[in-house]
Design a protein around this ligand. Structure first.
Ligand SMILES: O=P(O)(O)OC[C@H]1O[C@H](O[C@H]2O[C@H](CO)[C@@H](O)[C@H](O)[C@H]2O)[C@H](O)[C@@H](O)[C@@H]1O
Ligand SMILES: O=c1ccn([C@@H]2O[C@H](COP(=O)(O)OP(=O)(O)O)[C@@H](O)[C@H]2O)c(=O)[nH]1
Length: 752
């Protein structure tokens, strides 16, 4: 495998200053411990922040840090106190973190922190560019760097780029609060593969992409118009054996004995997290308090060991939370504590690995009740350490981990009675049942461990990239473009079949707004005036609209997908005899669907009916379109009409009519020495199919097509046509192009 370049906000190793000296220590948090547990077994380099402020002037210190981290396969991105305040404390932890965890009332929308977030993402991009090798696999992690995949894509168009999102992705109704949602989503879509912990997060992400950017998806693949991006779920695993094996090690056993001795016969309930409001610590304490009040028989019999690891201490919501927890612990201990029993044992610090495992092993119950949690590795770690099978995990249904740990006692953390019941059930659970539940979870955790997780993600990433490369072979590259332009210039009899909506002009929310602008008109005028050219505009639109737009030009027109055709300086005619009697039977059904689908409307043409749903809520529109199609198939089975799906439209028209048949009126008339057919939607597939093999048939957009080539996006169509015009003017020999024009055309065509 090629070298793996990991990029995350925090490096797995943090640097701090103590008595003027630099010290290395392990970083806190699931990302650092999870990803940190495997990266050294790969040929890899990890780019990120070493967790310490370094002032601009401290160049010498920076060099030392670079050297120290090099030995750890890490490369630092230095952040100033200003960056940390506005990017890390600000946009990351005061905007994205609360919003994406459904704490939207905590989220602050400050344009200044957004600006610094963008700048710091650029800084990370520069840092990657400093160290990246051509074949590196780049794996970006988490919400701090959501703009980075696209930034990297712009600088490294062919690179294999993955992104993993470690925290929840909320529903669109929550995500839409973010004023910069579109930019954030576009930033992520620079990746080839975007991974999440759960299917729910994937669905929410896809729905936001559809709603905010208008990009559709099938089987988790997003079509951006320029690229395909895969999304999938990869529930992060742990280094299972490290936890299971350590539980039996001598130092851990010693620590367990010390802890057990301290608590005697009392049952230990363990509450262990970073001090974060998403973890639900106050509610958990309140539930414990209520248990002691409602069931006094537990007083003196159980202790809650509360370990809260300091985190993001300069963010005010975290400071307030710390105060609240201190108060609650004081209140509970003051109310129930006795000379020989402290109900809540509170530790506010980071625990080294051995102590952590000892606490997991000594606890009878682990009470893990976050209000929202991307995954929660500590729940998995607790289960892994229980090698003798004992111990009960109480787990919040709001943690990503709950999807895999179904044998835990699952609770809603907001339901105090349920939490109390769960604690009681856990304390009373027979060992046999504990073991049955734990063994089932252990089996799963052992199989899908961290190594498996990494392998799974990286395999899918290389797969996604391979598919992108395969599909891009169809793309009109600068070389293919040159060939086309040269053939055009060399041709004497040229037929140009040009679809209108989505090809000559972009889509608009209302069809009547998609009028041909000056640029489109100029290109069509120039092409149709060129001797030897036969230009035909092909559209599903009605005759009168097309006449109003193009009637004065010297070109042919196909209207209503081929119901009507008009030769240059000829009259409109119907190439086939058609009936419109069926309309009366179909119209009421379309009306019914229109009434039930806000934003939908019906368009009536001479020999076809169209149901438009571009302006509807996308999911509703898509669902209704599917249902309508089914209903239409029944209703039209005895009529000589077909149902056709276009771009956000369902069109019902006479069976014999299609764009390909209509185009044959021109194709078969002459021995053309150059044919170009461009279109963007399914109705154009008939056109492509009717073309002779040597014709340049081009599908606009990247979905599979019968066309020979794909053009990345609609914005590339006019430059391509302009290029033909210019080359023709300069003569078939192909004189040198003006450098400025050449550059812009090639750039606009470049994939990615
Ligand atoms: O780096 P910090 O600001 O100190 O925060 C620590 C980490 O917290 C978050 O962890 C998440 O990742 C875990 C592993 O995927 C997951 O189990 C947990 O539910 C998440 O909250 C954050 O996503 C990391 O970036 C932070 O480093
Ligand atoms: O004192 C501590 C507390 C936590 N951790 C590690 O920090 C990670 C916490 O990850 P989790 O997914 O549970 O939550 P996060 O803090 O990332 O939100 C786990 O791997 C723990 O083993 C640790 O090493 N020492």
């Amino acid at each position: 495998m090629n070298r793996l370049l990991i990029v995350s906000n925090r490096l797995p190793i943090s640097i701090s200053r103590k008595n003027g000296d630099l010290r290395l220590q392990r970083s806190v948090g699931g990302l650092a411990t999870g990803v940190g547990s495997f990266y050294k077994s790969y040929e890899s380099l990890w780019v990120g922040w070493p967790g310490m402020n370094v002032q601009r002037k401290q160049e010498e210190e920076k060099d030392r840090i670079v050297d120290m981290l090099k030995k750890e396969q890490c490369h630092p991105v230095f952040l100033s106190p200003y960056d940390i305040k506005h990017y890390y404390d600000g946009f990351c932890n005061n905007t994205l973190w609360p919003l994406l965890h459904y704490f939207n009332l905590f989220a602050d929308y400050d344009p200044k922190t957004w600006q610094v977030y963008q700048r710091v993402n650029e800084r990370f991009c520069d840092a990657v560019m400093e160290v990246a090798r051509p074949d590196d696999v780049i794996w970006v992690h988490d919400y701090h760097l959501m703009l980075l995949p696209q930034m990297l894509r712009e600088r490294l168009p062919d690179a294999e780029i993955g992104y993993f999102h470690h925290i929840p992705f909320p529903s669109f109704e929550v995500f839409r609060n973010l004023p910069w949602g579109k930019e954030i989503l576009s930033g992520l879509l620079g990746a080839d593969l975007i991974g999440f912990h759960t299917y729910g997060y994937v669905r929410h992400f896809l729905s936001s992409v559809r709603r905010l950017l208008g990009y559709e998806h099938t089987f988790g693949e997003v079509r951006t118009g320029t690229r395909m991006v895969r999304t999938d779920l990869f529930p992060m695993g742990i280094d299972y054996h490290r936890f299971a094996d350590s539980a039996g090690s001598t130092p851990v056993q010693k620590e367990i004995t010390r802890i057990r001795h301290k608590y005697g016969k009392r049952k230990i309930i363990l509450s262990f997290d970073r001090l974060d409001y998403t973890k639900g610590i106050p509610l958990r304490l309140e539930a414990f308090d209520a248990l002691l009040t409602k069931k006094p028989e537990y007083q003196g019999k159980v202790s809650l060991v509360l370990v809260a690891v300091p985190s993001r201490t300069s963010v005010s919501s975290y400071q307030m939370l710390k105060k609240r927890i201190d108060e609650l612990v004081g209140r509970i201990n003051g109310q129930y504590g006795t000379t020989d029993w402290i109900p809540v044992r509170y530790f506010y610090n980071f625990l080294p690995f051995e102590t952590l495992v000892a606490f997991y092993s000594a606890a009878d119950v682990a009470l893990v009740t976050p209000l929202r949690d991307g995954m929660n590795l500590m729940a998995k770690e607790y289960v892994a350490t229980r090698t003798d099978g004992t111990g009960v995990l109480i787990l919040s249904e709001m943690a990503g981990a709950a999807e895999e740990l179904a044998e835990a006692v699952i609770v809603n953390p907001n339901d105090q009675d349920a939490v109390i019941e769960a604690i009681e059930a856990a304390l009373a659970m027979p060992e046999k049942e504990q073991a049955e539940r734990n063994r089932a979870m252990q089996k799963r955790l052992m199989r899908y461990d961290i190594e498996h997780w990494v392998g799974d993600f990286l395999n899918r990433l290389s797969d996604a990239r391979a598919v992108r490369v395969e599909r891009s072979e169809q793309i009109v590259t600068p070389a293919i473009r040159e060939e086309l332009v040269t053939d055009y210039a060399a041709g004497k009899d040229r037929l140009l079949l040009l679809d209108y909506d989505g090809t000559l002009v972009p889509f608009a929310a209302k069809p009547e707004k998609a009028v041909p602008g000056d640029a489109t008109r100029e290109v069509l005028e120039a092409l149709s005036r060129t001797p030897g050219n036969e230009v035909v505009v092909i559209s599903g639109r009605d005759r009168s609209t097309l006449d109003a737009w193009f009637g004065a030009m010297d070109l042919g027109i196909i209207a209503e997908h081929g119901v009507w055709i008009k030769e240059r300086s000829g009259e409109w005619r119907m190439p086939e005899a058609l009936s419109d009697e069926w309309k009366g039977e179909i119209y009421p059904l379309l009306e019914l669907y229109t009434d039930r689908t806000p934003g939908a409307f019906i368009e009536e043409k001479d020999y076809s009916l169209v149901w438009h749903y571009r302006r509807t809520e996308p999911l509703l529109g898509a669902q209704r379109a599917k249902d309508l199609k089914d209903d239409l198939l029944h209703l039209t089975s005895n009529l000589n009409v077909g149902v056709m799906e276009g771009n956000k439209v369902i069109e019902i028209k006479n069976n014999v009519v299609n764009k390909g048949r209509a185009a044959l009126n021109w194709v078969s008339r002459h021995a053309w020495d150059f044919i170009l057919a461009i279109g963007d939607d399914r109705t154009d597939e008939d056109l492509f199919e009717a073309m002779p093999p040597e014709a340049y048939s081009i599908k606009v957009g990247l979905s599979p097509s019968r066309a020979r080539f794909n053009l990345v996006a609609q914005r590339d169509v006019l430059p391509l046509l302009r290029r033909c015009i210019e080359r023709d003017k300069d003569g078939a020999a192909g004189k040198k192009e003006k450098p400025g024009r050449e550059k812009s055309l090639i750039e606009s065509a470049a994939p990615g």
